[in-house]
Design a protein around this ligand. Sequence first.
Ligand code: PLP
Length: 406
Amino acid sequence: MPVSSTKRVYLDHAATSPLDPRVLAAMEPVLAGTFGNANSLHEEGRTAFRALEDARAATARALGTRAASEIVFTSGGTESDNAALEGIVDRARNERAGTHLHVIVSAIEHHAVLEAASHLAALGNEVTYLKPREDGFIHPDDLESTMRADTVLVSVMAANNETGCVQPIDELARIAHAHGARFHADCVQMLGKLPLALEASGVDAASFSGHKVGGPKGVGVLYLRRGTPFAPWMRGGGQESGRRSGTQNVPGIVGMASATTFACDRVVAEGKRLTTLRDRLLAGLLAVSPRVHPVSDPSQTGPLLSDGTSAAGCGVGGVGAHLPNIATIVVDGMESETMLLRLDMAGIAASGGSACSTGSLEPSHVLLAQGIARELAYGEVRFSLGSTTTGEDVDDVLAVFPAIIG
Ligand code: PLP
């Protein structure tokens, strides 16, 4: 059954992606030669500082903002999410001393947001978890009816890492602002998959991670729109204009900037290429058996309801788009772990839900929040495509899949 005795088909790009050789080439001279502390005054420090600020300017350009000062480098998506939630709420608490604060996060967020939100709740704030509808999308009307006078922050991810549903963040941010709240978007999965223009978008804060787009692990970006009230989450020497202390990881940051630039430069062409591959993969998987269902179908078959049937398309004002690279299914009567092990033995790397939840026997909180029945949610498999994915990879998966679920 293996695809071949040596070949591997890597379809887990939403968990992490291989380092782009061009990114490695950009990082190598910095790793080898630019050892100075970017905050030191001497020549070695100034050289590192120039590399750091060039990387900041390139990242800002790629993400669609003119102000490089809005880019804060962090250790990755998890830190950016934690810093955004805690930093914005902490500052609001200082400004409204003693008042009761309300935070809204979607129920389908990555654990980096969900755990930061539960920490905020433990500190005495009130958190509302906004559910998606059965189509997998957070609907603007639902946010509108959840907003309160004491809501200080709304956090909804730009695109979900399991279902690929692209949330209407501009509209959601507009609603948050109309009620005097700030808006944060986890854009980790959106980067390099669909065009992003931060300045034009309404978001006050956004999180990014390098390793999802051919960059190194352990480096990310927190975008903080100018004027966004923020208390530093990481305290110390006051680096990153006081917003994130700690000596900057200049080689990693150069890699982050280079990966972000490459990913954003080719986003439209790559999006089209991946859409074609994703559509063929998903259609092929669904054709294998009526036991295979999409969790949120990018074609028109629509979302899966808790009784296992599908509803009609999901086109409510800006709601309904999907990432081009994610094909997630649930297979009735199968367990995710069994299928993933069989796929791995066949030479194919995929995942069930998010990598961070691997090892947990609980079905995905994302699928459950969407109303997918627990028994079905146990059978989740996510194939996530990326820069190295080819048509042959899709053929290989489709060739072995009947045996995987047989
Ligand atoms: N947010 C989302 C949507 C993610 O998919 C991930 C990674 O899986 C993260 C945040 C965390 O990013 P990092 O691995 O850089 O900490």
